[in-house]
Design a binder for this molecule. Structure first.
Ligand SMILES: NC(=O)c1ccc[n+]([C@@H]2O[C@H](COP(=O)([O-])OP(=O)(O)OC[C@H]3O[C@@H](n4cnc5c(N)ncnc54)[C@H](O)[C@@H]3O)[C@@H](O)[C@H]2O)c1
Length: 340
């Protein structure tokens, strides 16, 4: 239906899917096709060619092979973290919009460069963050003011994976960070939407490793952060991990006039003292949030105000994570100097 609405206002967009044979790429193919034409796919994976045949679009091993062979308005980018920046800058240089997986960028410098290139080309670079399109998180955002002045939050996000991390996420060069970058990007982005940027950032962090090989590669399996927002007096704690005993996501915000609890599928507003005031539930399916996210971004590619706001928010999210990693490295180096 949403696809029909988009069709009424303009011709269907032509999308190149970059990294389409991976986990996220495959998930998006049927949803993108509802509102746009997938005119080609780039992925060097051995399975990519037969997948492209199945979906009936031309397959390319390399991005450069697709340029000139197919015309497209936007690219959907779902590649390992180390490939995001080179792929996105080449797409912008080619003059097309980019809709991409998180992270928007890994470092503040790369985020600024990407924004500069996008603005110069008058093209969008939108990051796919499904919580912004999940009705429970939208309820939380819309009702935050009802708890008064927030003074504390606690945010937990854990997977319960039984085995050590494998594939590109286990490579320092490709992953460029552990759970803080991979899973924490979503959480820091949710907090960026709720609270002003913690500037100056005051964070105490503990980076924890369950597996020796991840320690050797400086890829944290668990991170615990205590953040303070000096401008508002807000303090909060985040814990993110891959190998917890249970899979869980839970955000709790305490305010001067109440509390807000958010978990997948349900958000509850409480009075001071804990009395439930309003409960909002959403039973999905998750694909509905993904569909609304993709069709929203596809529908706003030429919206410069939306683009500017998106860039500002992503710059804050990237900068926050980048500073936490840089502070951590600085502390480690200082410790090494003291021990030497
Ligand atoms: N939003 C979420 O909940 C969520 C979940 C999983 C992954 N992701 C993100 O999606 C992205 C991909 O993760 P994944 O789990 O799908 O990884 P994946 O390994 O399953 O897929 C990545 C694909 O990219 C291909 N690829 C690698 N380099 C390429 C290049 N230069 N050009 C074209 N294709 C290339 C690989 O062959 C592979 O098929 C990451 O940014 C990750 O953070 C997001």
């Amino acid at each position: 239906m949403l696809g029909d609405r988009l069709e009424n206002v303009r011709p269907r967009l032509r999308v190149l899917a970059v990294g389409f044979a991976g986990h996220q790429g495959k998930e998006y193919l049927p949803i993108v096709r509802e509102s746009a034409d997938i005119v080609g796919g780039v992925d060097p994976a051995p399975a990519a060619s037969s997948l492209a045949d199945e979906w009936q679009f031309p397959h390319f091993d390399l991005l450069s092979e697709a340029f000139g062979k197919v015309e497209f308005d936007a690219a959907l980018v779902t590649v390992p973290h180390s490939e995001h920046f080179p792929v996105c800058t080449r797409l912008l240089a080619h003059g097309v919009h980019v809709i991409k997986e998180k992270p928007f960028a890994v470092t503040e410098g790369e985020a600024r460069q990407l924004i500069h290139l996008a603005q110069r080309a008058d093209r969008s670079v939108f990051t796919l963050l499904q919580r912004n399109f999940n009705p429970v998180f939208q309820f939380a955002q819309a009702n935050l003011a009802r708890i008064g002045e927030p003074y504390w939050f606690s945010y937990d996000y854990h997977f319960n994976l039984a085995h050590p991390t494998t594939g590109w996420r286990a490579s320092r060069e490709q992953a460029m960070g552990g759970v803080l970058l991979d899973m924490g990007y979503h959480l820091i982005d949710v907090l960026s939407g709720m609270f002003p940027e913690p500037d100056p950032l005051r964070v105490h962090s503990a980076f924890v490793h369950q597996f020796q090989e991840m320690r050797d590669r400086r890829l944290e399996d668990l991170v615990s952060l205590m953040c303070s927002y000096p401008s508002t007096g807000l303090t909060g704690s985040l814990r993110i991990s891959r190998h917890n005993h249970e899979k869980i996501e839970h955000l709790c915000v305490l305010g001067t006039e109440g509390a807000l609890n958010v978990a997948p599928g349900v958000a509850t507003l409480h009075s001071v003292g804990g009395l439930p005031l309003e409960r909002y539930t959403w039973e999905g399916p998750k694909v509905d949030a993904v569909r609304s996210m993709l069709s929203h971004h596809l529908g706003h590619l030429d919206d410069r105000n939306y683009r500017r706001d998106h860039f500002q928010r992503q710059l804050v999210t990237v900068r926050t994570i980048d500073r936490i990693y840089r502070d951590r490295l600085r502390d480690q180096n200082a410790l090494a100097d003291r021990c030497a």
